[in-house]
Design a protein around this ligand. Sequence first.
Ligand code: PMV
Length: 350
Amino acid sequence: ANSEIHRASTTAPVNIAVVKYWGKRDANLNLPTNSSLSVTLAQSDLRTHTTASCSSTYTTDTLTLNSAPQSLSSPRTQACLRELRSLRAALEDSNPSLPKLSPLPLKIVSFNNFPTAAGLASSAAGFAALVRAIADLYALPQSPSSLSLIARQGSGSACRSLLGGFVGWNVGTAPDGSDSKAYEVAPAAHWAELRAIILVASAAKKSVSSTAGMQATVATSPLFRVRAAELVPARMGAMEEAIRRRDFEAFGALTMKESNNFHATCLDTEPPILYLNDTSRAAIRAAEGINKAAGKVVAAYTFDAGPNAVVYYVEGDTERVAGSFKRILANVDGWDGDRGWAVQGQGLEG
Ligand code: PMV
């Protein structure tokens, strides 16, 4: 037998939503109840690096993350592997001279260059890197947007990490999910002055998983129904427009409203889901103070399913936003001083 090892490596960046995905209309396919929009953070220490290889010398599919073996048995991961293999098998059928890689066991080796435990959208970068690495290994011709259909089945938000810059995820209407995929709103270079600082809460641990939280919210929150049916559809258009015009005040005001509405629907869930803590609220007050002093919105916070804050600003405001945050929060309990000041300085992913 041929003992050759075929291999491909890639990286995928973390993305942080400014219009949030919260709610599934189909939990098996990870189909959302509303569209969402994110900014891809390109900072080199907020990426997953993944190498995928396959060989007849391997006995079974394996995955390690930061050198620790991980289970591949979840239906989500299995769906990604199955779809990628079937695309490769179709290529092999139509081109018999290609090596038969699709039946071979896969070995997937991933590293996060950021603290996984901090809850910084690690599943998004993780599934995006896994899909991209295997697609490269298989030399699949599919576009990033098509591959996002596969990554979505691993983790919903992962579909947005297949593309760089400003990325939308269309809610779609097809029952099989074929139109629920990522699309480019604008490339990173369109608004290269945009920056983000990530404030890591020292006690960050995930209280309620996003899947469990979403299902409880959809089932019990009346506020969620207004959010999904009215607020988010209007905000998608307004957010795309703010990005097109590079209008930070509109972008920032909407980003904060969106985060607060998402967390309000969490509070409206029975039993209530509380992702924000006192530390998070101190960051919200700090941003309020900075914006009040500036007389306009210069700092825009957003929180995912946890207490960490991501604050967007433009490069010219680095001192009055990132500098002020560091000074104010240095005196607030609960922020991780060692790793809590990850400033995005390199622009956004291209
Ligand atoms: O991709 P998931 O299932 O981990 O969900 C992520 C949901 C949020 O991060 C809270 C919002 C978003 O749009 O990324």
